[in-house]
Design a protein around this ligand. Structure first.
Ligand code: TXA
Ligand code: MG
Length: 355
């Protein structure tokens, strides 16, 4: 299959100019059961009609993803929630009012009409309304309900630009809408509203504190707090080692100065034993590493910039061909929590602590 790539232009003010023609064609592909990759504010998604069983099957096949890992249904208006979910608690509408369109996914009881293929055989459904003009236009043109996982091959870092999607899925899907680089860079926060206490299944840009302001009580899924606890994460997708680069990745934790020293030492050791060593550094520290392949992931003082570049840096290291990568670690609050969640997963939880 030939994958058509369509650039969505930006005007002089940097706003997306959506070519209605292209969007209409993309929407038609979705309605016909085909697949279109599209930008959202978090990462690129791989979209198919959420009500078509075969579209879900094609998504799993294109990504090489296990079919027990459910998809998120993307909608373009809050009112559409009631077409896919039932017994919706009041809290869901309050969250939608506050955070949609935006990087928040809610888990709710699913309506019978939603195929089990879309929900990975679960009786619940994940729903989100993305904050990106191209995503919203595509969802509308495609009939209003687009099931979309991140548009990467299963196990690879999520795509933050169209070229990443092309690398992974070219020849396997009908179309890629190229809307440039995404703004946030890591996937949406997932909150489960089917539990007694609302539970965060995947941390993201919308933090526990922000959710707490609307919900009162909110807790973290015990399965994602401690990888060694033996408790399985509730979101099926969180149990896989994913976002992973080809090289071994080790996260070094501790006070900033000691971390830099330890990484310098480890890198030196690796290099002298003939390994190709990568280092994930920050703007604050990149000058301090005299050897190894150093990539800057963003500004530590502004962790949003770290989130934005995380997956791109992991992919870049794949291109460069490393044997081992040492990464600095980030804070355990705010967006730092989401960054560390993805980084530790990518590292298969290989951590070195320094004092
Ligand atoms: O930001 C995002 O959420 C991106 C963009 C494209 O919207 N999408 C995304 O989808 O990250 P995906 O498929 O890569 O991750 C969806 C996660 C998986 O971990 C999956 O297991 C979980 O959501 N999930 C989906 N439905 C669920 C359900 N009913 N119950 C629990 N977890 C669910
Ligand atoms: Mg994903």
């Amino acid at each position: 299959m030939q994958t058509e790539i369509i650039k969505v232009h930006t005007d002089s003010a940097g706003k997306s100019v959506i070519e209605q023609d292209a969007i209409e064609r993309a929407g038609q592909i979705i309605k016909n059961g085909g697949l279109v990759a599209f930008p959202t504010e978090t990462v690129y998604g791989l979209g198919g009609d959420a009500f078509l069983r075969d579209a879900a099957k094609r998504i799993y096949a294109a990504k090489g993803r296990p079919s027990d890992n459910p998809l998120i249904i993307h909608i373009a208006e809050i009112a559409a929630l009631e077409r896919v979910a039932e017994e919706i608690p009041d809290s869901a509408f309050r969250l939608a009012e506050r955070f949609w369109s935006g990087p928040l996914t809610m888990i709710l009881k699913k309506k019978d009409e939603v195929p089990l293929e879309t929900t990975g055989a679960l009786s619940t459904v994940a729903v989100r309304m993305p904050d990106h003009p191209v995503a919203l236009a595509l969802i509308r043109a495609g009939g209003g309900f687009v099931a979309a996982p991140s548009a990467n091959t299963s196990g690879r870092p999520s795509p933050t630009r169209a070229s990443h999607v092309e690398e992974d899925l070219s020849g396997r899907i009908e179309m890629i809408l190229d809307g440039g680089t995404v703004g946030i860079g890591i996937e949406s926060t997932i909150v489960d509203l089917t539990d007694e206490v609302p539970t965060i299944l995947r941390p993201g840009y919308i933090t526990a504190e922000m959710l707490g302001e609307v919900l009162g009580e909110v807790r973290m899924d015990p399965g994602i707090i401690d990888a060694d606890s033996g408790i399985a994460p509730k979101a099926p997708g969180m149990k896989y080692r994913h976002y992973a680069p080809n090289a071994e990745l080790v996260v070094v934790e501790g006070p900033a100065k000691q971390v830099t020293e330890e990484i310098k030492r480890l890198a030196g050791e690796g290099l002298s034993s003939g390994k190709r060593v990568g280092i994930i550094a920050t703007e604050e520290t990149e000058q301090q590493y005299p050897e190894g392949t150093v990539l800057c992931i963003g500004r530590r003082s502004e962790e949003e910039t770290v989130a934005r570049h995380l997956y791109e840096v992991l992919r870049r290291f794949d291109e460069l061909g490393m044997d081992i990568i040492y990464s600095e670690s980030f804070s355990d609050s705010g967006i730092g929590q989401a960054i560390m969640n993805r980084l530790l997963k990518a590292a298969g939880h290989q951590v070195i602590g320094v004092l």
